[in-house]
Design a protein around this ligand. Structure first.
Ligand code: ADP
Ligand code: MG
Length: 604
């Protein structure tokens, strides 16, 4: 056995295996370099998914001949002036990208430092470097990469279709562009423009919202809540979508730490935690969150691709995210996304098929044209009145007003005056400038859940005794399951006891449910318990248990409600947080503005 040092080309190709996984990662590294170089305009060209050709040009500070020679050496960087890995302020710091890319492709770098007489160019082919020679370029740096991975055929085999590689590349560029709204970006294939983002104007927050709007589509902007929270030197900002605007995967969740796009398990977990109450586990919200954290509390030197980070205090980060998101969602009150009415209108319109938001976001070009309230209004809604929160304390004590006695819609009734109930399931209400249709069952389910949560956190769930206790007969296993949970159920407002083999006696029920179908409820609960994990406390499954309870309460679907009951439900929705969606993220109501209805009839 002979131990020897590997030649530098081999070392670089090994590093390239980690740094450049696919064309998108090469593009990401090059664009990061342009951002670090202070560019104001970055132009990317991708052909054949980046496999045959890609280039990145910028108007940044550029490199002279000596710097060019050094830049393509491994571990050569201008970005760690004090060798201080504890305090990284730039996107790059490892000095690995250029030598890695150069070792597996044919790369040409042309660059010009401002005020210098000429530009310089250097070539690297499969790791072989040329001497720098004079070249023509007016400013900044242009890097062209041909035949990526030609020198590592094994990697070449793993590339997907050009279309897929192209979309990965666009994704990487968009992520960087979101965090740097003051830089203009363009992406094309040499003939066609795929993405064009002008330099966003205004103060940083306005500029960033503009950029998010341009990248994620105005559906997101119109249905997003602003986040701005601070805790012990950590700052969290950005925008999160209402739960009713959700997707089957997390592709539209963008997380950044100190301006660096990251895919971090801890952060995704915190987001999931914050939305857990509002979304089924297989649905995902849309969001762009920016965490700013003192560089010394963070380690970005985790992986060569630099998309993972480690936090010194993970509890603090998680706590900040969960509480900031929950707070914003609570302030949103009963708001449901405008998409909901957009889809409703789309479905009603005779010819124009509803344009659904694409699974992969595609920028302004394919963003849908919903009759949404637009950015302006969304921005106003970001400052949702705090008194919605204080209103929560009013709990169930809402005014009971029969709808037919109300002529004008009071200002503080955003969900309007109930005018009718249709199919014993939908409440139709008249608002100032439109109509609201409420799914009474979905809404009630949510109200019961929020109410139970609140009562459990305060002085417990109110019960109401039955004049005549009800006996429910069921099979023995089912009765045992219920009896075994008697003390937990009592905490949730349902007082039961075993009544001989195969029967349960019910003495008290949760007051908030009103009149209740006891037999149906007990049977369904027994079924729920059979399916669920025995170790799990019922309170941890409150969303499910309360939904089952609501199903048998007085407002369930198929039940006639009088005007007073309908209006009480609307008023309660208005003061209950998260009441715009049911426990699974479906909307509880749809609002159609008069303007939209007029469009339906061709009046506009
Ligand atoms: P790192 O970014 O980690 O420093 P790279 O291999 O990506 O490592 O780049 C090496 C060096 O080359 C950088 O530190 C920088 O000085 C220089 N460089 C790379 N790209 C550019 C560019 N677009 N404009 C100016 N300088 C650049
Ligand atoms: Mg770099």
């Amino acid at each position: 056995m002979t131990i020897r040092l590997l030649p530098s080309t081999t070392v670089n190709r090994i590093a390239a295996g980690e740094v450049v996984e696919r064309p998108a990662s090469a593009i990401k590294e090059l664009v990061e370099n342009s951002i670090d170089a202070g560019a104001k305009q970055i132009d990317v060209i991708i052909r054949d998914g980046g496999r045959s050709f890609l280039s990145v040009s910028d108007d940044g500070r550029g490199m002279n001949a000596a710097e060019l020679t050094l830049a393509v050496e491994r571990h050569a960087t201008s970005k760690l002036p004090n060798d201080d890995l504890e305090n990284i302020q730039t996107l790059g710091f490892r000095g690995e990208a250029l030598p890695s890319i150069g070792s597996v492709s044919r790369m040409t770098i042309t660059s010009r430092v401002a005020d210098s007489d000429s530009a310089w160019m250097i070539n690297i082919e499969g790791g072989d470097k040329s001497e720098p020679e004079p070249a023509a370029l007016s400013q900044g740096t242009n890097i062209e990469v041909r035949d990526l991975f030609y020198a590592t055929p094994a990697r070449l085999k793993f590339l997907k279709t050009p279309k897929t590689e192209n979309s990965h590349a666009l994704d990487a560029i968009k992520r960087l562009a979101m965090a740097h709204p003051s830089i203009a970006f363009s992406v094309g294939d040499g003939t066609r423009t795929m993405l064009k983002l002008p330099q966003a104007q205004g103060n940083f927050l306005t500029a960033r919202l503009d950029r998010l709007d341009a990248i994620m589509g105005n559906e997101f902007a119109a249905n997003a809540l602003a986040i701005d929270a601070e805790r012990e030197g950590l700052h969290l900002s950005g925008h999160i979508g209402l739960p009713t605007l959700n997707r089957g995967n997390a592709a539209l969740q963008f997380l950044f730490v100190n301006g660096r796009p990251v895919k971090d398990k801890l952060l995704f977990g915190a987001v999931r935690g914050a939305y857990r109450d509002f979304l089924a586990h297989d649905r995902h919200p849309l969001l762009a969150l920016f965490l700013d954290i003192p560089a010394e509390s963070l380690d970005v030197n985790v992986h060569p691709a630099k998309t993972e980070v480690r936090f010194r205090d993970t509890g603090l980060v998680r706590g900040l995210i969960v509480s900031a998101l929950r707070h914003a969602l609570a302030e949103a009150g009963h708001r449901a996304s405008t998409t909901v009415s957009g889809q409703a209108l789309g479905a009603m319109r005779p010819q124009t098929a509803p344009q659904h938001f694409q699974g992969s976001y595609g920028g302004a070009s394919n963003s849908p044209v919903y009759p949404s309230s637009g950015l302006q209004e969304a921005a106003r809604d970001f400052q949702a009145p705090i008194d919605q929160l204080t209103n929560l304390d009013r709990g169930l004590s809402v005014k009971h007003v029969p709808g037919d006695q109300v002529e004008e819609v009071p200002d503080d009734w955003p969900l309007g005056v109930a005018r009718a109930q249709l199919h014993e399931t939908y409440i139709v209400a008249q608002t100032d400038n439109g109509i609201v249709i409420v799914d009474q069952h979905a809404a009630h389910e949510r109200l019961v859940y929020e109410d139970m949560k609140k009562a459990l956190g305060a002085d417990g769930i109110k019960r109401q005794g039955l004049l005549i206790p009800e006996i429910v007969e069921m099979d023995e296993g089912a009765a045992d399951r219920i009896a075994a949970r008697a003390s937990e159920l009592a905490e949730l407002g349902l007082v039961v006891e075993a009544f001989g083999p195969g029967a349960i006696v019910v003495r008290e029920t949760p007051a908030m449910l009103g009149e209740i179908d006891i037999k149906g409820l007990i049977n369904d609960l027994a079924d729920d318990l059979a399916e669920s994990d025995e170790a799990l406390d019922l309170k941890e499954r409150l969303a499910d248990v309360s939904a089952t309870m609501a199903c048998h309460g007085s407002v369930r679907a198929g039940r006639h409600l009088n005007g007073e009951e309908m209006n009480a439900l609307l008023r309660q929705m208005e003061i209950t947080p998260h009441s715009g969606q049911c426990n699974h993220g479906r909307p509880t109501y749809v609002e159609l503005k008069l303007a939209d209805i007029e469009k339906l009839f061709g009046r506009r």
